[in-house]
Design a protein around this ligand. Structure first.
Ligand code: BGC
Length: 378
């Protein structure tokens, strides 16, 4: 009887959550509400999962591999800690994400974890969370201009950029360049993503001395962050921009020596453009995330490096934060200076990014269980 009641309650919960998902506006990527199936509820306790509390996890899109991994890791680890999870993806559509968060609040979520599409566009929904006393953890991307953000869990984004810059310096041996000059082009991500300020500026902090010395030259003249930004970090937009650059500045045989790309989805666009429109020596090409397509490119010599951000680590830290907030203890933080969202510094936990190349991908990605050999085949 008790078991039957538990199953019934769990089922009611699932139905309740699904109802909330259906309220979101239509989009090309159907918002997914992922709640444990009734059969997954631990037997013998009355809706035991619900006892831990309900956590809303808002992810930007399923288009990019990493967010699927982030969402899956968060759900798995939160459920293992006894929480019920309302996981939503918003197809990179801001109104969809706003509506999903509204539903999470209405549905009684006790903590919100949000990887925003645009860190400045969530508006009043965050005030609603604050009024309802729901702590908000900004996940990976800082949410700007809102005093409703309690904590920030991310990677050391400045260090991501530095690792990309350092790779270029070493690969071109810029320290010993003498009078030689090297041609470089730049590409970064969505202008609404605060992370690009850290990725791009972090990389430039390493490259600037060589730019100032005239060792690194940018033939297209496209050097400003806003000019080299890519809406939604989209691969096809990156490809289109680079096809233009290659046609306009490199079709006369000018050698392209390096491309600073802030992440793998933009690096992939650059690699596609190089494949279609460039015949010179292949440039040094950076990236970030160790997406499968980019690791394959790395193995095939079409991307030089990526930065590995183990999403399992970020999920684990975020779950620790959620757990502490639920239990009224202190969430883990290791940085209380760097990330000011315009309303003050947001206490943060920064996980450690690692430079990944053909030389260490086996150890970082396969031996650690992040991918299998089979994932990287084909
Ligand atoms: C993340 C990167 C990711 C990019 C595009 C950034 O905010 O930190 O890991 O490549 O968004 O999704």
């Amino acid at each position: 009887m008790k078991k039957a009641l538990a199953l019934l309650m769990a089922l009611a919960m699932v139905l309740g959550l699904c109802a909330c998902g259906s309220g979101a506006p239509a989009s090309t990527e159907a918002p997914v509400t992922e709640a444990p199936a009734a059969t997954e509820a631990p037997a013998g306790t009355e809706a035991a999962a619900a006892e831990g509390g309900l956590v809303g996890v808002a992810m930007p899109t399923k288009d990019l591999q990493r967010w699927n991994q982030d969402g899956a890791n968060m759900k798995e680890q939160l459920e293992a800690a006894g929480y019920t999870v309302d996981l939503q993806y918003a197809a990179n559509d801001i109104p969809t994400q706003v509506s999903q968060i509204e539903n999470m609040i209405a549905n009684g979520c006790q903590v919100l974890v949000i990887a925003s599409i645009d860190g400045e566009a969530l508006g009043t929904v965050l005030d609603q969370a604050k009024e309802a006393g729901i702590p908000v953890i900004a996940y990976d991307r800082l949410i700007m201009g809102s005093d409703a953000i309690s904590y920030y869990a991310t990677f050391d984004n400045w260090d991501v950029g530095m690792k990309q810059g350092e790779y270029i310096v070493e690969a071109l041996d810029l320290e010993n360049a003498g009078d030689k000059t090297y041609n470089i082009e730049y590409i970064t991500g969505d202008p609404g993503d605060n992370n690009i300020n850290f990725f791009f500026d972090g990389a430039l902090s390493v490259l600037q001395p060589y730019i100032d010395a005239g060792t690194l030259v940018c033939p297209s003249g496209q050097t400003e962050k806003q000019t080299v930004a890519t809406a939604n970090w989209a691969t096809d937009a990156a490809q289109a921009r680079f096809e233009n650059i290659l046609a306009s500045y490199y079709s006369d045989g000018t050698q392209l020596d390096a491309v600073l790309a802030s992440n793998d989805s933009t690096a992939l666009g650059v690699a596609n453009a190089l494949a279609s429109s460039y015949t010179g020596n292949y440039p040094v090409l950076t990236g970030q995330d160790c997406d499968i397509a980019s690791v394959k490119n790395m193995v095939n010599g079409l991307q030089s490096m990526s930065v590995f951000k183990d999403t399992r680590d970020l999920a684990a830290k975020t779950v620790e934060m959620v757990d502490a907030l639920m239990k009224g203890t202190e969430p883990p933080v290791n940085d209380t200076e760097t990330y000011d969202n315009g309303t003050g510094v947001i206490p943060s936990y920064l996980c450690e990014p690692k430079a990944c190349t053909i030389d260490n991908y086996q150890e970082l990605l396969i031996d650690s269980g992040y991918y299998t050999e089979a994932d990287l085949q084909g």
